[in-house]
Design a protein around this ligand. Structure first.
Ligand SMILES: [Zn+2]
Ligand SMILES: [Zn+2]
Length: 361
């Protein structure tokens, strides 16, 4: 692995919309941490909002900071604690290729104890052991990151670092489809054909959905259609919900996976889901959304919130490695880390059909 340098290049956020490439100290792994060399990191939909300072005092809690959480790389050093365990040291030996995960629960609260570590009750309290890499703890827009071993998963042979960097989107989508209990024969609707929507489509098909309709527009919708979704272009049809009802004999779909987080998409999702159906909420609205609670109550809709990707890393990577799920057409652009600004603009403006944009530190 060669020698680990004392300093590394990192994109340092100094304030809202203020960032620069800096030389900063390489962090040291302690406790249950490994030090990893970051080889690929994808821009998350949340990142531009963090850069713009849309979550003051929360993400990040303070400046300067390093964000970014959708990464893959290789283990270059283990903490002394980890080296003490032969089994752990063997599984995460120096040179092991891994994909990272943003959340690490405190491990001691009720939710962590029952496996729901992305809704850790000690969220943001780093002293409790909780970490949210790239949000409340150091992220991966850098050449190195320290991460708990709990938050890295070995990459199966045959998967590239670029594919590993898709794990966050893929894992969120898998968690959502699992929350929605999509099963053989189900009719499924997805609103929002971004990366999470696109992976949600693939997992729904892999779960046996009889069809998956997708409401969206532009190149992203075209990509979903290319993969086999029934595309409903809301710029071209008068009423996307009517199209969904047509497909289901007027009843509505068994499960809707909402991946846009907008008022319009959430309205469609509620109206297009059958009575007694499931509504999976992947989209994260940044403004207040009005919902017809009375209508939803009388329809006995199951509303299922989704927070990140708990316990989905290993199956999501295995499904990628088996070919059941592909990142083709989802990962569209790659830049070196020093072109962070260019990469961010490409992602935000969806230049040239950009969906997932990867940086190589
Ligand atoms: Zn993400
Ligand atoms: Zn916890």
């Amino acid at each position: 692995m060669g020698d680990i340098p004392a300093t590394m290049k990192a994109v340092v956020l100094k304030g809202p919309n203020e960032f620069e490439l800096q030389e900063v100290p390489v962090p040291q792994p302690t406790g249950d941490e490994v030090l990893c060399r970051v080889r690929a990191i994808a821009i998350c939909g949340t990142d531009p909002k963090i850069v713009a300072g849309k979550f003051p005092g929360m993400w990040p809690p303070a400046y300067p900071c390093i964000i970014g959480h959708e990464w893959a790389g290789e283990v270059v050093e283990l903490s002394d604690d980890l080296k003490a365990s032969k089994k752990v040291a063997a599984k995460y030996a120096v040179g092991t290729r891994v994909a990272g995960e943003a959340h690490k629960g405190c491990g001691i609260c009720l939710n962590c104890m029952t496996g729901h570590y992305t809704v850790c009750l000690n969220y943001g309290d780093n002293a409790s052991g909780h970490r949210h890499y790239g949000f409340t703890s150091q992220g991966a827009y850098a050449q190195y990151i320290v991460s708990s071993v709990k938050s890295v998963t070995p990459l199966p042979d045959g998967l590239s670092y670029h594919q590993g960097a898709m794990l966050d989107s893929a894992g969120v989508a898998l968690h959502g489809v699992q929350r929605g209990a999509v099963k053989t024969g189900d009719a499924v609707l997805i609103t929002g054909p971004g990366a999470v929507g696109n992976f949600s489509f693939q997992y729904s098909k892999a779960s046996g959905a009889r069809f998956v309709a997708m409401i969206g527009r532009g190149p992203r919708l075209e990509q979903a259609v290319k993969m086999g979704a029934i595309g409903i272009d809301y710029e071209k049809v008068d009423d996307p919900v009517a199209k969904v009802l047509e497909l289901t004999g007027g009843i509505g779909v068994d499960c809707t996976v909402e991946c846009a987080g907008t008022q319009q998409a959430i309205d469609w999702a509620i109206k297009a889901t059958r009575k007694g159906g499931r509504l999976v909420m992947n989209g994260l609205p940044t403004s207040t959304i009005e919902v017809p609670w009375g209508q939803m109550t009388l329809a006995e809709l199951d509303i299922l919130g989704v927070r990140a990707n708990p316990n989905t890393a290993a199956p999501a990577l295995a499904l990628m490695a088996s070919g059941a799920v592909t990142t083709d057409g989802i990962h569209t652009h790659t830049f070196p880390l020093d072109q962070f600004a260019e990469a961010l603009a490409t992602f935000v403006e969806r230049r040239d059909g950009a969906m997932k944009v990867v940086l190589e530190p």
